[in-house]
Design a protein around this ligand. Sequence first.
Ligand code: FAD
Length: 475
Amino acid sequence: MSKTFDVVVIGGGPGGYIAAIRAAQLGFNTACIDEWKNDKGGPAPGGTCTNVGCIPSKALLQSSEHFEHAGHAFADHGIGLKDLSIDVAKMLGRKDTVVKQNNDGILYLFKKNKVSFFHGRGSFVKAGDAGYEIKVSGATEDTLIGKDIIIATGSSARALPGAPFDEESILSNDGALRIPSVPAKLGVIGSGVIGLEMGSVWRRLGAEVTVLEALPTFLGAVDEQIAKEAQKAFMRQRLKIELGVKISEVKKDKKGVSVSYTSAKGDAKTLEVDKLIVSIGRVPNTTGLNAEAVGLKLDERGAIVVDDDCRTNLPKVWAIGDVVRGPMLAHKAEEEGVAVAERIAGQHGHVNFNTIPWVIYTSPEIAWVGQTEQQLKAAGRAYKAGTFPFLANGRARALGDTTGMVKFLADAATDEILGVHIVGPMASELIAEAVVAMEFKASAEDIARICHAHPSLSEATKEAALAVDKRTLNF
Ligand code: FAD
Protein backbone atom coordinates (compact mmCIF):
# COMPACT_ATOMS: atom_id res chain seq x y z
CA MET A 1 0.00 0.00 0.00
CA SER A 2 1.34 3.40 -0.87
CA LYS A 3 1.41 6.38 1.48
CA THR A 4 0.57 9.81 0.10
CA PHE A 5 2.36 12.99 1.17
CA ASP A 6 2.09 16.62 0.12
CA VAL A 7 5.90 16.83 -0.02
CA VAL A 8 8.45 14.01 -0.31
CA VAL A 9 12.07 15.02 0.21
CA ILE A 10 14.74 12.63 -1.14
CA GLY A 11 17.95 13.09 0.87
CA GLY A 12 18.33 14.07 4.52
CA GLY A 13 21.45 16.26 4.40
CA PRO A 14 21.34 19.95 5.38
CA GLY A 15 19.35 20.76 2.24
CA GLY A 16 16.84 17.94 2.58
CA TYR A 17 16.22 17.84 6.32
CA ILE A 18 15.82 21.61 6.54
CA ALA A 19 13.46 21.60 3.52
CA ALA A 20 11.39 18.85 5.19
CA ILE A 21 11.15 20.72 8.49
CA ARG A 22 10.18 24.00 6.79
CA ALA A 23 7.58 22.20 4.63
CA ALA A 24 6.09 20.59 7.75
CA GLN A 25 6.07 23.97 9.55
CA LEU A 26 4.08 25.35 6.62
CA GLY A 27 1.42 22.70 7.21
CA PHE A 28 2.39 20.12 4.60
CA ASN A 29 2.22 16.40 5.31
CA THR A 30 5.93 15.74 4.69
CA ALA A 31 8.20 12.71 4.31
CA CYS A 32 11.99 12.66 4.18
CA ILE A 33 13.91 9.68 2.79
CA ASP A 34 17.61 9.23 3.57
CA GLU A 35 19.83 6.21 3.03
CA TRP A 36 22.90 7.08 5.16
CA LYS A 37 23.71 4.28 7.65
CA ASN A 38 25.58 4.52 10.93
CA ASP A 39 28.09 1.80 11.86
CA LYS A 40 25.24 -0.35 13.22
CA GLY A 41 23.24 -0.04 10.02
CA GLY A 42 20.75 2.38 11.57
CA PRO A 43 19.72 5.79 10.22
CA ALA A 44 22.22 8.64 10.32
CA PRO A 45 20.47 11.66 8.79
CA GLY A 46 22.45 14.82 8.16
CA GLY A 47 24.15 13.76 4.93
CA THR A 48 27.73 14.46 4.00
CA CYS A 49 27.78 17.55 6.21
CA THR A 50 26.94 15.74 9.44
CA ASN A 51 28.56 12.37 8.79
CA VAL A 52 31.73 12.99 6.78
CA GLY A 53 31.91 16.73 6.16
CA CYS A 54 31.38 19.98 8.05
CA ILE A 55 30.76 18.58 11.52
CA PRO A 56 33.39 15.82 11.91
CA SER A 57 36.03 17.97 10.18
CA LYS A 58 35.40 20.81 12.64
CA ALA A 59 35.53 18.35 15.56
CA LEU A 60 38.98 17.15 14.43
CA LEU A 61 40.15 20.69 13.65
CA GLN A 62 39.24 21.62 17.23
CA SER A 63 41.06 18.63 18.75
CA SER A 64 44.15 19.17 16.64
CA GLU A 65 44.14 22.91 17.40
CA HIS A 66 44.10 22.16 21.14
CA PHE A 67 47.05 19.82 20.60
CA GLU A 68 48.98 22.41 18.64
CA HIS A 69 48.28 25.13 21.21
CA ALA A 70 49.30 22.83 24.02
CA GLY A 71 52.55 22.09 22.20
CA HIS A 72 53.45 25.65 21.20
CA ALA A 73 51.18 28.46 22.37
CA PHE A 74 50.65 27.43 26.00
CA ALA A 75 54.30 28.08 26.92
CA ASP A 76 53.87 31.79 26.09
CA HIS A 77 51.06 31.93 28.65
CA GLY A 78 53.30 30.41 31.27
CA ILE A 79 51.48 27.10 31.14
CA GLY A 80 53.87 24.17 31.33
CA LEU A 81 52.99 20.70 30.09
CA LYS A 82 55.04 17.56 30.37
CA ASP A 83 54.75 14.51 28.15
CA LEU A 84 52.21 15.88 25.71
CA SER A 85 50.61 13.07 23.74
CA ILE A 86 47.68 12.46 21.45
CA ASP A 87 45.33 9.50 21.76
CA VAL A 88 44.05 9.37 18.18
CA ALA A 89 41.45 6.69 18.94
CA LYS A 90 39.95 8.89 21.66
CA MET A 91 40.01 11.94 19.41
CA LEU A 92 38.19 9.98 16.68
CA GLY A 93 35.75 8.63 19.27
CA ARG A 94 34.91 12.16 20.39
CA LYS A 95 34.35 13.16 16.76
CA ASP A 96 31.99 10.17 16.31
CA THR A 97 30.05 11.25 19.42
CA VAL A 98 29.65 14.76 18.03
CA VAL A 99 28.38 13.27 14.74
CA LYS A 100 25.91 11.01 16.57
CA GLN A 101 24.58 13.95 18.62
CA ASN A 102 23.82 15.70 15.35
CA ASN A 103 22.20 12.58 13.79
CA ASP A 104 20.02 12.15 16.87
CA GLY A 105 19.20 15.85 16.89
CA ILE A 106 17.82 15.62 13.35
CA LEU A 107 15.70 12.55 14.19
CA TYR A 108 14.34 14.49 17.19
CA LEU A 109 13.57 17.50 14.97
CA PHE A 110 11.69 15.23 12.52
CA LYS A 111 9.53 13.95 15.40
CA LYS A 112 9.00 17.44 16.79
CA ASN A 113 7.90 18.77 13.41
CA LYS A 114 5.94 15.61 12.47
CA VAL A 115 8.10 14.79 9.45
CA SER A 116 7.78 11.08 8.53
CA PHE A 117 11.28 9.65 8.12
CA PHE A 118 12.05 6.69 5.85
CA HIS A 119 15.46 5.02 6.03
CA GLY A 120 16.50 3.75 2.61
CA ARG A 121 17.14 4.75 -0.97
CA GLY A 122 14.42 6.73 -2.72
CA SER A 123 13.99 6.28 -6.46
CA PHE A 124 11.40 7.42 -8.97
CA VAL A 125 8.96 4.81 -10.27
CA LYS A 126 6.54 6.89 -12.32
CA ALA A 127 4.52 10.07 -12.50
CA GLY A 128 0.77 9.70 -12.05
CA ASP A 129 -2.33 11.84 -11.56
CA ALA A 130 -1.98 11.78 -7.75
CA GLY A 131 1.73 12.74 -7.84
CA TYR A 132 5.09 11.04 -8.25
CA GLU A 133 5.53 7.45 -7.09
CA ILE A 134 8.75 6.95 -5.13
CA LYS A 135 10.03 3.55 -4.05
CA VAL A 136 11.99 3.39 -0.78
CA SER A 137 14.42 0.45 -0.61
CA GLY A 138 16.01 -0.14 2.76
CA ALA A 139 15.41 -2.27 5.82
CA THR A 140 11.75 -2.12 4.73
CA GLU A 141 10.24 -1.43 1.33
CA ASP A 142 7.76 1.43 1.04
CA THR A 143 5.98 3.17 -1.76
CA LEU A 144 5.31 6.88 -1.33
CA ILE A 145 3.27 9.21 -3.49
CA GLY A 146 4.47 12.82 -3.36
CA LYS A 147 2.48 15.72 -4.77
CA ASP A 148 5.68 17.80 -4.67
CA ILE A 149 9.15 16.24 -4.66
CA ILE A 150 12.31 17.93 -3.40
CA ILE A 151 15.53 16.18 -4.46
CA ALA A 152 18.45 16.84 -2.12
CA THR A 153 20.71 13.87 -2.78
CA GLY A 154 23.99 15.77 -2.39
CA SER A 155 27.40 14.86 -3.75
CA SER A 156 30.29 12.41 -3.34
CA ALA A 157 34.05 12.76 -3.56
CA ARG A 158 35.57 12.61 -7.05
CA ALA A 159 38.37 10.03 -7.44
CA LEU A 160 41.50 10.52 -9.53
CA PRO A 161 41.29 8.46 -12.72
CA GLY A 162 43.13 5.17 -12.14
CA ALA A 163 43.35 5.66 -8.36
CA PRO A 164 40.05 4.62 -6.78
CA PHE A 165 39.51 5.33 -3.07
CA ASP A 166 40.30 2.35 -0.86
CA GLU A 167 39.93 4.48 2.31
CA GLU A 168 43.07 2.76 3.66
CA SER A 169 45.84 4.52 1.79
CA ILE A 170 44.01 6.51 -0.91
CA LEU A 171 41.46 8.49 1.03
CA SER A 172 38.39 10.56 0.28
CA ASN A 173 37.08 12.95 2.93
CA ASP A 174 35.51 9.88 4.57
CA GLY A 175 38.83 8.05 5.11
CA ALA A 176 40.64 11.32 5.88
CA LEU A 177 38.39 11.72 8.93
CA ARG A 178 39.28 8.33 10.39
CA ILE A 179 43.01 7.75 9.88
CA PRO A 180 43.75 5.50 12.88
CA SER A 181 47.19 6.94 13.75
CA VAL A 182 49.12 10.03 12.73
CA PRO A 183 50.86 9.27 9.41
CA ALA A 184 54.51 10.31 9.22
CA LYS A 185 54.00 11.58 5.67
CA LEU A 186 50.67 12.66 4.26
CA GLY A 187 49.99 13.77 0.69
CA VAL A 188 46.99 15.86 -0.28
CA ILE A 189 45.95 16.29 -3.89
CA GLY A 190 43.92 19.48 -4.27
CA SER A 191 44.37 22.67 -2.25
CA GLY A 192 40.68 23.51 -1.96
CA VAL A 193 38.77 23.91 1.28
CA ILE A 194 38.58 20.19 2.08
CA GLY A 195 42.24 19.47 1.26
CA LEU A 196 43.50 22.38 3.35
CA GLU A 197 41.28 21.58 6.32
CA MET A 198 42.14 17.88 6.35
CA GLY A 199 45.83 18.61 5.74
CA SER A 200 45.78 21.03 8.68
CA VAL A 201 44.31 18.46 11.06
CA TRP A 202 47.03 15.90 10.46
CA ARG A 203 49.86 18.46 10.20
CA ARG A 204 48.94 19.85 13.63
CA LEU A 205 49.16 16.33 15.01
CA GLY A 206 52.66 15.87 13.61
CA ALA A 207 52.37 14.61 10.03
CA GLU A 208 54.63 16.06 7.35
CA VAL A 209 52.03 17.26 4.86
CA THR A 210 52.56 18.04 1.17
CA VAL A 211 49.72 19.52 -0.86
CA LEU A 212 49.84 19.17 -4.66
CA GLU A 213 47.64 21.54 -6.63
CA ALA A 214 47.07 21.57 -10.39
CA LEU A 215 46.17 25.27 -10.59
CA PRO A 216 49.02 27.78 -10.80
CA THR A 217 47.55 30.09 -8.14
CA PHE A 218 46.87 29.37 -4.50
CA LEU A 219 43.17 29.62 -3.56
CA GLY A 220 42.20 31.17 -6.88
CA ALA A 221 38.65 32.00 -5.72
CA VAL A 222 39.91 33.97 -2.72
CA ASP A 223 40.86 37.67 -2.84
CA GLU A 224 44.52 37.67 -3.92
CA GLN A 225 45.81 39.76 -1.00
CA ILE A 226 44.04 37.48 1.49
CA ALA A 227 45.21 34.29 -0.27
CA LYS A 228 48.84 35.54 -0.20
CA GLU A 229 48.58 36.29 3.52
CA ALA A 230 47.13 32.82 4.16
CA GLN A 231 49.81 31.13 2.04
CA LYS A 232 52.54 32.90 4.06
CA ALA A 233 50.96 31.65 7.29
CA PHE A 234 50.72 28.08 5.97
CA MET A 235 54.37 28.17 4.87
CA ARG A 236 55.38 29.28 8.40
CA GLN A 237 53.50 26.22 9.66
CA ARG A 238 55.59 24.09 7.29
CA LEU A 239 52.60 23.01 5.23
CA LYS A 240 54.25 22.32 1.87
CA ILE A 241 52.17 23.49 -1.07
CA GLU A 242 53.25 22.87 -4.68
CA LEU A 243 51.22 24.70 -7.30
CA GLY A 244 50.86 24.08 -11.04
CA VAL A 245 51.62 20.35 -10.86
CA LYS A 246 50.40 17.69 -13.27
CA ILE A 247 49.77 14.28 -11.70
CA SER A 248 50.78 11.44 -13.99
CA GLU A 249 50.43 8.35 -11.79
CA VAL A 250 49.32 7.28 -8.33
CA LYS A 251 50.60 3.87 -7.26
CA LYS A 252 50.03 1.94 -4.06
CA ASP A 253 52.97 -0.05 -2.71
CA LYS A 254 53.87 -1.83 0.53
CA LYS A 255 55.13 1.40 2.11
CA GLY A 256 52.15 3.54 1.15
CA VAL A 257 51.43 5.57 -1.95
CA SER A 258 53.72 7.09 -4.51
CA VAL A 259 52.56 10.01 -6.64
CA SER A 260 54.41 10.79 -9.87
CA TYR A 261 53.94 14.30 -11.15
CA THR A 262 55.45 17.07 -13.22
CA SER A 263 56.24 20.25 -11.32
CA ALA A 264 55.35 23.74 -12.55
CA LYS A 265 58.94 24.03 -13.83
CA GLY A 266 58.53 20.84 -15.86
CA ASP A 267 60.62 18.55 -13.61
CA ALA A 268 59.49 14.94 -13.17
CA LYS A 269 59.01 14.32 -9.44
CA THR A 270 57.75 11.63 -7.09
CA LEU A 271 56.09 12.10 -3.72
CA GLU A 272 56.20 9.08 -1.38
CA VAL A 273 53.62 9.20 1.41
CA ASP A 274 52.01 6.87 3.94
CA LYS A 275 48.53 8.13 3.14
CA LEU A 276 47.11 10.20 0.30
CA ILE A 277 44.00 12.37 0.57
CA VAL A 278 42.41 13.12 -2.79
CA SER A 279 40.22 16.23 -2.67
CA ILE A 280 39.78 17.30 -6.27
CA GLY A 281 36.09 18.13 -6.23
CA ARG A 282 32.77 16.41 -5.81
CA VAL A 283 30.24 14.80 -8.14
CA PRO A 284 26.46 15.12 -7.78
CA ASN A 285 24.60 12.02 -6.46
CA THR A 286 22.01 11.16 -9.08
CA THR A 287 22.75 7.55 -9.98
CA GLY A 288 20.33 5.99 -7.47
CA LEU A 289 17.37 8.20 -8.35
CA ASN A 290 16.14 6.38 -11.49
CA ALA A 291 15.77 9.81 -13.06
CA GLU A 292 15.09 8.22 -16.48
CA ALA A 293 11.78 6.77 -15.24
CA VAL A 294 10.26 10.26 -15.12
CA GLY A 295 12.50 12.08 -17.63
CA LEU A 296 14.31 14.24 -15.06
CA LYS A 297 16.91 16.34 -16.90
CA LEU A 298 20.57 16.10 -15.84
CA ASP A 299 23.53 18.01 -17.24
CA GLU A 300 26.79 16.51 -18.55
CA ARG A 301 28.21 16.37 -14.97
CA GLY A 302 25.18 14.42 -13.75
CA ALA A 303 23.85 17.44 -11.82
CA ILE A 304 20.10 18.09 -11.90
CA VAL A 305 19.27 21.02 -14.16
CA VAL A 306 17.29 23.70 -12.29
CA ASP A 307 16.26 27.31 -12.85
CA ASP A 308 17.03 30.15 -10.42
CA ASP A 309 14.14 28.97 -8.21
CA CYS A 310 15.33 25.32 -8.04
CA ARG A 311 12.58 24.09 -10.40
CA THR A 312 13.60 21.07 -12.51
CA ASN A 313 12.21 20.33 -16.00
CA LEU A 314 9.36 18.36 -14.33
CA PRO A 315 6.33 20.08 -12.81
CA LYS A 316 6.36 20.02 -8.99
CA VAL A 317 9.83 18.43 -8.85
CA TRP A 318 12.47 20.65 -7.24
CA ALA A 319 16.18 20.09 -6.56
CA ILE A 320 18.50 21.82 -4.09
CA GLY A 321 21.98 21.73 -2.57
CA ASP A 322 25.08 19.98 -3.89
CA VAL A 323 23.11 18.06 -6.53
CA VAL A 324 22.44 21.31 -8.45
CA ARG A 325 24.53 24.27 -9.70
CA GLY A 326 26.12 26.75 -7.34
CA PRO A 327 28.52 26.53 -4.42
CA MET A 328 28.71 23.20 -2.60
CA LEU A 329 28.06 24.60 0.87
CA ALA A 330 25.75 23.34 3.60
CA HIS A 331 24.23 26.75 4.28
CA LYS A 332 23.52 27.29 0.56
CA ALA A 333 21.69 23.92 0.55
CA GLU A 334 19.71 24.94 3.66
CA GLU A 335 18.69 28.31 2.22
CA GLU A 336 17.52 26.65 -0.99
CA GLY A 337 15.57 24.09 1.09
CA VAL A 338 13.70 26.80 2.99
CA ALA A 339 13.07 28.82 -0.17
CA VAL A 340 11.66 25.81 -2.07
CA ALA A 341 9.33 24.80 0.80
CA GLU A 342 8.05 28.38 0.87
CA ARG A 343 7.59 28.46 -2.92
CA ILE A 344 5.54 25.25 -2.72
CA ALA A 345 3.37 27.09 -0.18
CA GLY A 346 2.91 29.95 -2.65
CA GLN A 347 5.25 32.24 -0.77
CA HIS A 348 8.24 34.12 -2.20
CA GLY A 349 11.20 32.11 -0.94
CA HIS A 350 14.45 33.82 -1.81
CA VAL A 351 18.18 33.01 -1.80
CA ASN A 352 20.65 35.84 -2.29
CA PHE A 353 23.65 34.21 -3.96
CA ASN A 354 25.64 37.46 -3.65
CA THR A 355 25.70 37.25 0.13
CA ILE A 356 26.56 33.59 0.69
CA PRO A 357 29.55 33.51 3.03
CA TRP A 358 32.52 31.21 2.39
CA VAL A 359 34.77 29.91 5.16
CA ILE A 360 37.94 27.83 5.27
CA TYR A 361 38.48 26.61 8.82
CA THR A 362 42.26 26.47 8.79
CA SER A 363 44.39 28.53 11.15
CA PRO A 364 44.31 31.29 10.27
CA GLU A 365 40.69 30.98 9.22
CA ILE A 366 39.73 32.50 5.87
CA ALA A 367 36.24 33.91 5.29
CA TRP A 368 34.68 36.13 2.71
CA VAL A 369 31.45 37.41 1.24
CA GLY A 370 30.80 39.29 -1.98
CA GLN A 371 33.30 40.21 -4.64
CA THR A 372 37.08 40.04 -4.63
CA GLU A 373 39.34 42.87 -5.77
CA GLN A 374 40.21 40.84 -8.90
CA GLN A 375 36.52 40.46 -9.76
CA LEU A 376 35.86 44.19 -9.33
CA LYS A 377 38.84 45.04 -11.52
CA ALA A 378 37.73 42.57 -14.21
CA ALA A 379 34.22 44.08 -14.15
CA GLY A 380 35.67 47.60 -14.45
CA ARG A 381 33.86 48.69 -11.27
CA ALA A 382 35.34 51.68 -9.45
CA TYR A 383 35.97 50.72 -5.82
CA LYS A 384 37.75 51.78 -2.64
CA ALA A 385 39.63 49.29 -0.46
CA GLY A 386 40.43 49.42 3.24
CA THR A 387 42.39 46.91 5.31
CA PHE A 388 43.12 46.58 9.00
CA PRO A 389 45.68 44.09 10.39
CA PHE A 390 44.92 41.98 13.47
CA LEU A 391 48.42 42.96 14.62
CA ALA A 392 46.90 46.32 15.61
CA ASN A 393 43.90 44.80 17.41
CA GLY A 394 44.11 44.57 21.20
CA ARG A 395 41.99 41.43 21.54
CA ALA A 396 44.07 39.61 18.91
CA ARG A 397 47.23 40.51 20.84
CA ALA A 398 45.68 39.25 24.08
CA LEU A 399 44.71 36.04 22.30
CA GLY A 400 48.23 35.69 20.95
CA ASP A 401 46.90 35.37 17.42
CA THR A 402 47.68 38.44 15.32
CA THR A 403 47.95 36.84 11.89
CA GLY A 404 45.95 38.35 9.06
CA MET A 405 43.61 41.22 8.37
CA VAL A 406 40.11 42.37 7.55
CA LYS A 407 39.62 43.90 4.12
CA PHE A 408 36.66 45.96 2.92
CA LEU A 409 35.81 46.73 -0.70
CA ALA A 410 33.24 49.46 -1.27
CA ASP A 411 31.80 51.21 -4.30
CA ALA A 412 33.88 54.30 -5.10
CA ALA A 413 30.83 56.53 -5.56
CA THR A 414 28.11 55.17 -3.25
CA ASP A 415 30.32 53.53 -0.58
CA GLU A 416 28.10 50.39 -0.71
CA ILE A 417 30.00 47.36 0.60
CA LEU A 418 30.84 45.07 -2.33
CA GLY A 419 32.98 42.49 -0.56
CA VAL A 420 34.55 41.72 2.81
CA HIS A 421 37.52 39.38 3.12
CA ILE A 422 39.06 38.15 6.34
CA VAL A 423 42.08 36.02 7.12
CA GLY A 424 42.76 35.63 10.82
CA PRO A 425 41.33 34.52 14.16
CA MET A 426 37.60 33.70 14.25
CA ALA A 427 37.10 34.86 10.66
CA SER A 428 34.23 32.33 10.45
CA GLU A 429 32.31 34.25 13.11
CA LEU A 430 33.39 37.77 12.10
CA ILE A 431 32.10 37.33 8.55
CA ALA A 432 28.48 37.24 9.79
CA GLU A 433 28.53 41.00 10.42
CA ALA A 434 29.62 41.60 6.85
CA VAL A 435 26.88 39.29 5.51
CA VAL A 436 24.22 41.18 7.46
CA ALA A 437 25.64 44.51 6.32
CA MET A 438 25.66 43.48 2.67
CA GLU A 439 22.17 41.96 2.90
CA PHE A 440 20.94 45.37 4.11
CA LYS A 441 23.01 47.11 1.41
CA ALA A 442 25.01 48.97 4.05
CA SER A 443 27.85 51.32 3.22
CA ALA A 444 31.34 51.05 4.70
CA GLU A 445 30.48 54.26 6.57
CA ASP A 446 27.50 52.49 8.21
CA ILE A 447 29.82 49.88 9.76
CA ALA A 448 32.40 52.54 10.63
CA ARG A 449 29.75 54.43 12.64
CA ILE A 450 28.49 51.41 14.62
CA CYS A 451 29.79 50.96 18.17
CA HIS A 452 31.77 47.69 18.45
CA ALA A 453 32.65 46.16 21.84
CA HIS A 454 36.19 46.68 23.11
CA PRO A 455 38.38 44.73 23.18
CA SER A 456 37.02 42.47 20.46
CA LEU A 457 38.17 41.07 17.14
CA SER A 458 35.13 42.74 15.56
CA GLU A 459 36.83 46.10 16.11
CA ALA A 460 39.11 45.08 13.24
CA THR A 461 35.98 44.94 11.05
CA LYS A 462 35.01 48.47 12.08
CA GLU A 463 38.56 49.71 11.54
CA ALA A 464 38.73 48.12 8.06
CA ALA A 465 35.47 49.96 7.24
CA LEU A 466 37.11 53.18 8.47
CA ALA A 467 40.19 52.37 6.38
CA VAL A 468 38.07 52.55 3.23
CA ASP A 469 38.17 56.33 3.70
CA LYS A 470 41.69 56.30 5.12
CA ARG A 471 40.67 57.19 8.66
CA THR A 472 41.61 54.21 10.83
CA LEU A 473 42.00 55.17 14.48
CA ASN A 474 44.26 52.39 15.70
CA PHE A 475 46.67 51.90 12.82
P1 FAD B 1 24.38 15.94 1.41
O1 FAD B 1 24.82 16.52 2.68
O2 FAD B 1 25.39 15.23 0.59
O3 FAD B 1 23.20 14.96 1.76
C1 FAD B 1 22.58 14.16 0.80
C2 FAD B 1 21.94 12.98 1.50
O4 FAD B 1 21.11 12.30 0.57
C3 FAD B 1 22.95 11.96 2.01
O5 FAD B 1 22.60 11.54 3.29
C4 FAD B 1 22.81 10.80 1.01
O6 FAD B 1 23.12 9.54 1.57
C5 FAD B 1 21.34 10.90 0.69
N1 FAD B 1 20.95 10.28 -0.59
C6 FAD B 1 21.58 10.37 -1.79
N2 FAD B 1 20.85 9.72 -2.73
C7 FAD B 1 19.75 9.22 -2.09
C8 FAD B 1 18.63 8.48 -2.51
N3 FAD B 1 18.44 8.15 -3.79
N4 FAD B 1 17.71 8.12 -1.57
C9 FAD B 1 17.87 8.47 -0.27
N5 FAD B 1 18.91 9.18 0.18
C10 FAD B 1 19.83 9.56 -0.72
N6 FAD B 1 30.05 22.99 3.77
C11 FAD B 1 29.93 24.08 4.56
O7 FAD B 1 29.04 24.90 4.33
N7 FAD B 1 30.78 24.29 5.63
C12 FAD B 1 31.77 23.42 5.92
O8 FAD B 1 32.52 23.63 6.88
C13 FAD B 1 31.92 22.28 5.12
N8 FAD B 1 32.89 21.38 5.38
C14 FAD B 1 32.99 20.27 4.62
C15 FAD B 1 34.00 19.37 4.91
C16 FAD B 1 34.13 18.22 4.16
C17 FAD B 1 35.23 17.25 4.49
C18 FAD B 1 33.21 17.97 3.09
C19 FAD B 1 33.31 16.72 2.27
C20 FAD B 1 32.21 18.86 2.79
C21 FAD B 1 32.09 20.03 3.54
N9 FAD B 1 31.11 20.97 3.26
C22 FAD B 1 31.01 22.09 4.03
C23 FAD B 1 30.15 20.80 2.15
C24 FAD B 1 28.80 20.28 2.67
O9 FAD B 1 29.00 19.07 3.36
C25 FAD B 1 27.81 20.09 1.54
O10 FAD B 1 27.73 21.27 0.78
C26 FAD B 1 26.44 19.74 2.08
O11 FAD B 1 26.49 18.55 2.82
C27 FAD B 1 25.43 19.58 0.95
O12 FAD B 1 24.20 19.30 1.49
P2 FAD B 1 23.10 18.47 0.68
O13 FAD B 1 21.91 18.40 1.56
O14 FAD B 1 22.94 19.05 -0.67
O15 FAD B 1 23.73 17.02 0.44
